[in-house]
Design a protein around this ligand. Structure first.
Ligand SMILES: C[C@@H]1O[C@H](OP(=O)(O)OP(=O)(O)OC[C@H]2O[C@@H](n3cnc4c(=O)[nH]c(N)nc43)[C@H](O)[C@@H]2O)[C@@H](O)[C@H](O)[C@@H]1O
Length: 444
């Protein structure tokens, strides 16, 4: 784990043991919850047992996202799919199948197995289930009786664009515009990436031009009675049904980070940043449905939280990303202004940039997992720990248009921070009008 100066020291052995113990406890508690969830299913809320599933007319909604998209944009797409599922459930027993994590462009740590990762490694499944019925992909395979998906609908825009320059909600089955990412095997089944599950195949793949909110897809799914399982590929094509409204926030609040990740983040805060929930007034309830912190009630730990997005953001046409020199200038001025002695930096900077940053800002604190920790937590787990620590800072500044920073804004909104301490971003060195992020007020 990182020491105070941000250099990666090796974690004491008992730390590693503790992390393993926490992970094992989490897995055990997950197993135990599935037993109680089976009871919930019998009460008609969730599905887990194949026999029980077969006795109902369960239909499965699966989805995937354009491969280059990152972790936090994918979290946003989950909210859109959850909303669609709620619409579908008005007329049927639909369940959302959680797409396993893996092969993400940004998860570049070498020698770590980062495919087929279940959602339970990053998020609390019981919390998700308090919002909508969800199951892990492997549960879907077990209870649907085989590795087949009946129908894949690849979403795409309209080849002709907006007609007459007028935007309207619509959807039509159309020839595929791009080359299909699925090909037929000798038996006539479709094969593709499908989260790295080679045995999974699809019976049918077609393209659907769609323009509008997620729930415009509901009739097509509901009326496709021949398909019990339908997967929407490129599901980021459709928009939020109710962006920043109650339904959005309900789903967002249900996306509670897995407990072992929160524990590691909390221990780091206490050890290196003198930050505890009691002192910082960041009250937390394991049951998100019971959590309603007043905005302005959270004080936050005595440190500045920074998310400094680099890598593809530097060369990818971002006039609004600062040079390291200007970023450090801004950090120092904020620390002075808010009388903070410590700064926690979350960043994806490469080694060269990181070394430069540390030379300019020697007091910076970073969460640096050991290799063993990283192997357990994976890049996604480390990203969540970084976000969790930033979410608890007295004052936060993030990177323009980064969904990584946006998810931190939301986490702070849930914790009850004054918006002035949250919706701040770095400006590009030559940016004249540096508009700050919008405050999307939480709705209960
Ligand atoms: C250009 C676009 O950028 C979008 O990125 P953006 O919104 O920042 O945010 P994400 O969608 O999360 O993608 C960025 C990924 O980079 C890593 N990363 C970035 N910053 C940090 C950090 O501070 N700490 C840690 N541990 N990891 C970090 C992490 O894996 C994260 O999921 C992508 O979603 C789009 O697909 C596209 O590539």
């Amino acid at each position: 784990m990182a020491n105070k100066r941000g250099t990666a020291g090796s974690a004491p052995f008992h730390d590693i043991l503790r992390h393993y113990a926490v992970l094992i406890l989490t897995i055990l508690s997950y197993k135990f919850t599935t037993a109680t969830e089976e009871d919930a299913f019998r009460a008609g809320q969730s599905i887990l047992s194949p026999v029980a599933a077969a006795s109902r007319d369960v239909r499965y909604l699966l989805y995937d996202v354009n491969p280059p998209e990152g972790f936090n944009l994918r979290r946003d797409v989950y909210i859109r799919m959850a909303s669609l599922l709620k619409t579908l459930r008005k007329e049927g027993d639909w369940v959302l199948v959680l797409p396993p994590w893996g092969r993400l462009y940004h998860w570049q740590s070498p020698d770590i197995h980062q495919v087929r990762i279940p959602w339970g490694e990053f998020f609390s499944i019981t919390s998700l289930q308090a919002n909508i019925p969800v199951i892990e992909y492997e549960e879907f395979i077990a209870e649907s009786g085989g590795p087949f998906i009946d129908q894949i609908l690849v979403l795409q825009s309209y080849a002709e664009g907006w007609t007459d320059g007028k935007w309207e909600e619509k959807m039509d089955e159309r020839p595929c515009i791009e080359k299909l990412m699925y090909s037929k095997d000798k038996q006539g089944y479709y094969r593709g990436w499908l989260w790295g599950y080679e045995e999974t195949r699809a019976l049918n793949v077609t393209c659907l031009s769609a323009q509008g909110h997620a729930s415009i897809l509901a009739p097509v799914l509901q009326n496709n009675l021949n398909a019990t399982s339908i997967m929407l590929d490129r599901s980021e094509t459709v928009l939020h049904d109710h962006y920043a409204e109650k339904d959005y926030w309900d789903t967002r609040r249900s996306m509670v980070f897995a407990k072992h990740l929160r524990i590691i983040g909390d221990e780091f805060r206490a050890k290196y940043l003198n930050s505890t929930d009691k002192q910082d007034q960041t009250l937390y309830n394991e049951d998100w449905t019971q959590m309603k912190n007043r905005l302005g009630s959270a004080k936050g730990g005595p440190y500045l939280g920074v998310h400094l997005r680099r890598k593809d953001f530097i060369w990818g046409h971002r006039e609004d990303v600062p040079s390291l020199k200007e970023a450090v200038k801004k950090i120092c001025s904020l620390m002075k202004k808010h009388k903070l002695q410590q700064v926690f930096v979350a960043t994806d900077a490469d080694d060269e940039e990181l070394a430069k940053l540390k030379r300019m800002l020697p007091e910076m604190v970073q969460y640096k997992p050991t290799w063993e920790d990283l192997e357990l937590l994976k890049d996604g787990g480390v990203a969540i720990i970084d976000q969790w620590i930033c979410a608890h800072a007295r004052y936060f500044i993030g990177t323009s248009v980064s969904t990584f920073s946006f998810r931190i804004h939301e986490e702070r909104e849930i914790l009850g921070f004054d918006p002035k301490t949250t919706y701040n971003r770095f400006c590009g060195d030559d940016e004249n009008e540096c508009e700050q992020p919008t405050h999307w007020k939480i709705v209960y």
